[in-house]
Design a protein. Structure first.
Length: 125
């Protein structure tokens, strides 16, 4: 059988933990058991990228950075509260219009209500 008949394309759909390579009887055994780039081209440098070393961080440096960040956040929060109070103080309360004294409207006679205002209706017509 020709090896062209058995060409298979690999697509990564999950993390592959182990693969078995099958060769013909006459093929030589590879010198290396682990391949640097994996078996397929998309896996180039996968071992180096996937399992890279975590950087060594000084705990004191991390603590200082956290403390600085908390101080900045507290200062910003304090400024926002101050700006809100300043905005509320700068808003002028609109004065109420002066109350009008109880004066009868012009056009009405003395204190007599208009006929339309009375509760009595004239149905004699």
């Amino acid at each position: 059988m020709a090896s062209e008949e058995f060409l298979v394309q690999f697509c990564k759909i999950c993390d592959v933990l182990q693969m078995i390579m099958v060769k013909e009887e006459g093929d030589s055994v590879p010198d290396e058991v682990e391949y640097r780039h994996g078996l397929t081209p998309p896996m180039r440098d996968a071992r180096r990228r996937r399992f890279r070393r975590e950087p060594d961080l000084n705990p004191e440096l991390v603590w200082r950075a956290e403390k600085d960040l908390q101080n900045i956040m507290a200062a910003v929060e304090h400024e926002e509260d101050g700006e809100e109070n300043a905005r509320n103080a700068s808003k002028k309360v609109e004065p109420k219009p002066p109350e009008k004294p109880d004066v009868p409207e012009a056009g009405t006679a003395g204190g007599e209500p208009d006929r339309s205002d009375s509760d009595e209706s004239d149905y004699s017509i």
